[in-house]
Ligand binder design. Structure first.
Ligand SMILES: Cc1ncc(COP(=O)(O)O)c(C=O)c1O
Length: 367
């Protein structure tokens, strides 16, 4: 039995190779059953993905991988531009939205200064920003554990290079009321660059700031196919911004847009077309959140009313090393030190996985 994510993934790959082509490429939910003994709920991946249509498009495109994606990537950009009702000059592709976050940090680091973010918020990009000479100033969440945007904006100073707004926020899963957030972002963009991270907006079903970003050189929207589209392993994301900003970001890429391959361009293109899959993921994930919420309540555990594909709940009252106890039951979750207590961030998996998670949680919390 594998005990680490890496061992599990190796086992999954071996098991997948046992399928005959092309079904080994149809990496949708059902094909994973034989290796589904380890439950990965620690990285906010989408257990339902990729959709069947996407898996088929990837398999078809794999055969064309001897060619550069010169036609496919511009076509994908055009499709994304149409989807968001912006121009294709407003779009820059990246290897996941991580690349976009990194490029935004690089862009604003030409002068010394700092980036304002929240605590807790998504911070994987911090090290890169620091390596570019930027400092990170964090602002605690408000009493509802939402981003404290007014406080964050009030701290914008001469040497503020960027404001990072992750909405909905990771790890809380909470989204700000859209119109008020939008107005505040527009206001802040008069003073500095604002990076709006929309990794989880589709789960919350809230609008994108894409069209505002398209007209404003000081707003960059980061989008990803890793979350609701179920393509974390494909590595495809994009920026939406004013053409001037897009050009500046693109100048940092060795070959603009072409971190996206023939296969990932096909995946993203088919994924955008498959909005039925997006809807189904949103609904199944919401049902799983309800199920977990009931489980947390029944055990007297505080949790935040997430609108995303993960939930944060308080494990301060649970004895011992919670993650270790979960791993002993073949379930991977993420331990978090937040709000002066011990918390766990659990990603929503399949219905079966969430049943197993809740059963494991119950047995840990009641012993
Ligand atoms: C808020 C947020 N932004 C960005 C990312 C990066 O995602 P990717 O590089 O896979 O698009 C993540 C991944 O977990 C995330 O949670």
């Amino acid at each position: 039995m594998p005990t680490t994510r890496r061992q599990w993934l190796q086992q999954a790959a071996l098991s997948a190779s046992a399928f005959s082509l092309p079904s080994s490429l149809l990496a949708f939910e059902e094909t994973r059953k034989p290796v589904d003994r380890i439950i990965l709920l620690n990285s906010n991946e989408n257990a339902f993905g990729p959709s069947k249509l996407v898996a088929k498009a990837m398999a078809d495109a794999a055969a064309m991988s001897n060619r550069y994606p010169d036609d496919q990537v511009p076509a994908l950009k055009e499709k994304l531009a149409n989807f968001w009702k912006v121009g294709k000059e407003n779009v820059l592709m990246g290897a996941g939205s991580s690349e976009i976050l990194g490029l935004a940090c690089l862009l604003v680091s030409n002068e010394k200064g700092h980036v304002i973010s929240a605590e807790p918020s998504y911070k994987v990009w911090h090290r890169q920003a620091e390596n570019y000479g930027l400092q990170i100033h964090t602002v605690p969440l408000n009493e509802k554990r939402q981003l404290n945007l007014p406080n964050m904006i009030s701290l914008i100073a001469k040497d503020t290079r960027m404001l990072y707004v992750c909405n909905p926020n990771n790890p809380t899963g909470l989204a700000l009321e859209y119109e008020s957030m939008r107005q505040q972002v527009l206001e802040a963009s008069k003073k500095c660059m604002v990076l709006v991270d929309e990794a989880y907006t589709e789960f919350a079903n809230i609008p994108s700031m894409a069209s505002d970003a398209a007209n404003n050189p000081n707003i960059i929207v980061a989008k990803t196919f890793s979350k609701i589209y179920g393509l974390a392993g494909a590595r495809v994301g994009y920026a939406i911004s004013h053409p001037d900003t897009i050009k500046k970001l693109a100048a940092f890429q060795p070959w603009p847009d072409v971190a996206v391959s023939m296969v990932t361009a096909a995946a993203a293109s088919a994924a955008i077309d498959d909005q039925a899959f997006v809807k189904s993921c949103r609904e199944r994930t919401a049902a799983n959140r309800d199920y977990c919420g009931k489980c947390f309540s029944s055990l007297g555990l505080e949790y935040l009313p997430s609108q995303t594909s993960f939930m944060l709940f308080d494990i301060s009252g649970i004895k011992g090393d919670f993650s270790e106890q979960m791993i002993a039951r073949n379930i991977f979750v993420q331990y978090r030190d937040h709000f002066n207590g011990k918390w766990c961030r659990v990603s929503m998996g399949t219905e079966e996985e969430m049943k197993a998670f809740c059963a494991a949680l119950k047995s840990i919390a009641t012993t």
